[in-house]
Design a binder for this molecule. Structure first.
Ligand code: FE2
Ligand code: FE2
Length: 131
């Protein structure tokens, strides 16, 4: 069963590019969640790198859109992004150094972050970014 499933009600922002990227991100996280249950370390590492690269790209997309619209909450929103990227970069470094493993607790943590961040920070930018 998938770890996370996109629905309009829970995750819809009304911004098409953001919704599309969230759906892609969820797919990548679901794949990592499956691999974490018993995939080989190389596959887990590749999927982890791909996911983190995409997360960084997605955050940049959101920040560019907010910047272009002069969105007032950009700084607070970017601070949330930067915190997660810092956590991910640390974990990625440790994983590749053989000092940490990716488990389903890791993927559940990312799901929890998304479940909080998208409704609290992403959904509110909808009207401003569409305006
Ligand atoms: Fe987002
Ligand atoms: Fe965001």
């Amino acid at each position: 069963m998938a770890l996370i499933t996109w629905t309009e009600e829970q995750y819809g922002t009304t911004v098409a590019v953001a919704d599309d990227q969230h759906k892609t991100l969820f797919g990548m996280l679901n794949k990592l969640h499956e691999l974490a249950a018993g995939g080989n370390r190389l596959s887990v590492g590749n999927q982890l790198d791909e996911l983190i690269n995409f997360v960084v790209k997605h955050f940049q997309t959101e920040q560019d859109l907010m910047q272009a619209k002069g969105y007032p909450d950009l700084a607070a929103h970017k601070a949330e992004h930067d915190k997660l990227v810092g956590t991910c970069a640390d974990l990625q470094k440790k994983f590749h150094a053989g000092q940490a493993e990716i488990t389903q607790d890791t993927t559940a943590f990312v799901k929890g972050w998304l479940d909080s961040h998208i409704p609290t920070f992403d959904k509110p930018y909808g009207p401003a970014l569409n305006g």
